[in-house]
Design a protein around this ligand. Structure first.
Ligand code: ADP
Length: 271
């Protein structure tokens, strides 16, 4: 019942934001937060774009670490809470900023998660009326859980641009992507497409490519064809991606000519 009071407030608060994109995955560990962070860095590399990231992975907030702002704190502003700015045109909000230590576990049931997500949408100052965000990216937990239900409910009238679903080529991950697709269809969220991550590894010594996660059933391409969903692209496994994340850096900026950067940029063009 309370949500019915809050939905119009959220709708108004986010009304000026042009693109609201959910990043989903069926399984954990497939590279969803990594993709979110690199997408945000890439979008913000255009200084005319204003970009925001909301980390709604309440129990496993990794965005502050991988976007290099782990030590930051949120501050009150005239319009609510001010998100953490890591560049002039790139800001982040995460429960990670509110924990006394990154090692502290968040052990919350659904209603409390719902409450913090509501605050992230309702009470955060996502840019001024004169210069609203162009993109707001939502990094979600894996699966279809409390956080997903909350976000879908609060954004019900907010014109979500759609969802990007991240998977590895392995059947065990694709199986869960099918559930994610079903969730999007039931919740009436447009599916922008699927990103296949960790697709192939080029050995730095012999330069030949190996498939680490073998696509026994044809991988993301076959699944997307079967379900009539765009495959936005495939990102290779590259140890430099993990390294950039550990240092909170933009992989794309520091590896401009790598095949993974080309993959990221072509995916962004396809979204
Ligand atoms: P999720 O958000 O799906 O749980 P993460 O983004 O945290 O997954 O990624 C899981 C791990 O895989 C992290 O250690 C990350 O650095 C690493 N990783 C993600 N994508 C790649 C990639 N393309 N190449 C190498 N490592 C990657």
């Amino acid at each position: 019942q309370l949500a019915h009071i809050d939905i119009p407030i959220v709708t108004e608060r986010l009304a000026g934001i042009r693109h609201k994109i959910l990043i989903l995955s069926g399984k954990g560990g497939v590279g969803k937060s990594t993709f979110t962070s690199q997408l945000a860095f890439a979008l913000a590399s255009d200084e005319n774009s204003e970009v925001g990231v909301v980390d709604i992975d309440v129990c496993g907030p990794s965005i502050p670490k991988i976007m290099g702002c782990e030590q930051e704190q949120v501050h009150p502003s005239g319009g609510g809470w001010s998100p953490v700015y890591i560049m002039d045109n790139l800001c982040v909000m995460s429960i990670g900023f509110m924990l006394p230590s990154p090692d502290e576990a968040v052990i919350w049931r659904g209603p409390k998660k719902n409450g913090i997500i509501k605050q992230f949408l309702k009470d955060v100052d996502w840019g001024s009326d004169e210069r609203p965000l162009d993109y707001l990216l939502f990094d979600t937990p894996p699966g279809t859980s409390d956080e997903h239900l909350s976000i879908v409910q609060f954004l019900r009238n907010s014109n979500i641009s759609g969802a990007v679903i991240v998977t590895t080529p392995q059947e065990v991950s694709l199986q869960d992507v099918r559930k994610e697709i079903d969730f999007c269809r039931k919740a009436r969220i447009p599916i922008l497409g699927v990103v296949e991550n960790m697709a192939g590894f080029v050995c730095p010594h012999c330069h030949s490519e190996s498939k680490i996660f073998y696509p026994t059933t044809g991988g993301a391409k076959a699944m997307c064809e079967e379900l009539g969903i765009p495959l936005l692209g495939s990102i290779p496994l590259d140890p430099q991606i993990g390294k950039a994340c550990d240092f909170g850096q933009s992989f794309i900026d520091i590896n401009p000519s790598s095949p993974a950067t080309k993959a990221y940029l072509s995916i962004i063009e396809n979204i």
